[in-house]
Design a protein around this ligand. Structure first.
Ligand SMILES: Cc1cc2nc3c(=O)[nH]c(=O)nc-3n(C[C@H](O)[C@H](O)[C@H](O)COP(=O)(O)O)c2cc1C
Length: 325
């Protein structure tokens, strides 16, 4: 059997396939199923700050006008208890690392919750700051600063590794990653997937666009993985987005990813896709004569192929010159 071992953010993994945070990972029974199919780790369904505030707001509308803070606290505790049970149950049933996840868009009291997740047995924590900035008076750089503030809040009382999952809307992911690394993040996940609004032109209504990614969604993550792994070689990257088969996994690893996170492909194809993807990576690795994953990880990152230019202007020019012929 090919040696697919890797490490990501201080976690020793039997292979690079992590099931990413979603409804796929909201029960211990499901997590057990992914483990049996071969997954090396799971990121649990996130606790959503947005949801907590929304629920608290709804309760307020039902007449609980006094003690708003109490309501927010009540809903928060309820959601936190659910996550704590999920961590405990998954740790009981699975032997792979379990990564808890917080989805937040403000720098509130996440530190307290991070400590509870650590106590419940989480092996690592992923913080996910997916948010759009639409204010006219937005101050350049404040969104990036919020990432750092949230990380500082979360990290201060815990010892487990903390990973930051970025949205793809940041101007300069390398500078962001550098700051996060300097403030103690153990790794980075590129990228989260935004809700995609679409318009039904018959009903004149907004609808949800594709919930799931397609294989073509791989390329942006691939580009930034190749650049980041060359600029910050000691800051591990997990690529998330558009990893639908073993070939995409190989590409992510060659670009320098330490791991991949997979979601849509599992929703669409079930647990077997995990096994198929791992078999494909193993077969490819053997066919190329690589004794281990470490022998080729990052072999095609930006510095290995002559610098970032390839990921910027050159490819663009080449494409158009070949089309013009
Ligand atoms: C139905 C669904 C639910 C998701 N829920 C979460 C979540 O709770 N927290 C999170 O960080 N990401 C969530 N995501 C994003 C995924 O973890 C993943 O980053 C994204 O879908 C890109 O990976 P993919 O191309 O393999 O789907 C969700 C994605 C989908 C499709």
């Amino acid at each position: 059997m090919a040696d697919l071992r890797t490490s990501f953010a201080g976690l020793e993994l039997k292979n690079p396939l992590i099931v990413s945070s979603s409804g796929l990972t909201n029960s211990a029974a499901k997590n057990k199923k992914w483990e049996e199919a071969g997954a090396a780790a799971v990121v649990l369904k996130s606790v959503f700050e947005e949801q907590i505030l929304l629920h608290a707001g709804q309760m307020e509308n039902y007449g609980h006008t006094e003690g708003d803070d109490y309501m927010v606290q009540y809903v928060r505790n309820h959601q936190l208890n659910e996550t704590i049970s999920l961590i405990r149950d998954t740790k009981e049933q699975c032997s792979i690392p379990v990564i808890a996840s917080i989805n937040c868009h403000s720098d509130s009291e996440w530190g307290e919750y991070a400590a509870l997740f650590e106590q419940a047995g989480a092996d690592a924590l992923e913080i996910n700051i997916l948010s759009l900035r639409t204010a006219r008076d937005y101050q350049a750089g404040s969104f990036q600063q919020m990432h750092v503030n949230v990380l500082k809040q979360v990290i201060k009382d815990i010892k487990i590794p903390v990973v930051v999952k970025l949205g793809s809307n940041l101007t300069a992911p390398v500078a962001m990653a550098d700051r996060l690394s300097a403030h103690g993040a153990a790794g980075i996940v590129l990228f989260n997937r935004f809700y995609q609004p679409d318009i039904d032109i018959e009903k004149l209504e907004y609808t949800s666009g594709n919930v799931f990614s397609s294989p073509a969604d791989l390329y942006n993550g691939l580009r930034w993985t190749a650049i980041l792994s060359s600029k910050l070689p000691n800051f591990p990257v997990a690529l998330s987005g558009g990893v639908h088969d073993g070939d995409a996994m190989v590409k992510a690893l060659l670009a320098g990813a330490s791991a991949v996170q997979v979601c849509s492909a599992i929703y669409q194809q079930g647990p077997d896709v995990i096994t198929k993807m791992l078999d494909r990576v193993a077969a490819w690795q053997e066919s190329k004569g690589f004794a281990s994953l470490a022998a080729y990880r990052g072999r095609m990152n930006a510095s290995a192929v002559g610098g970032e230019e390839l990921f910027e202007r050159t490819q663009f020019m080449r494409y158009y010159s070949s089309k013009a012929e």
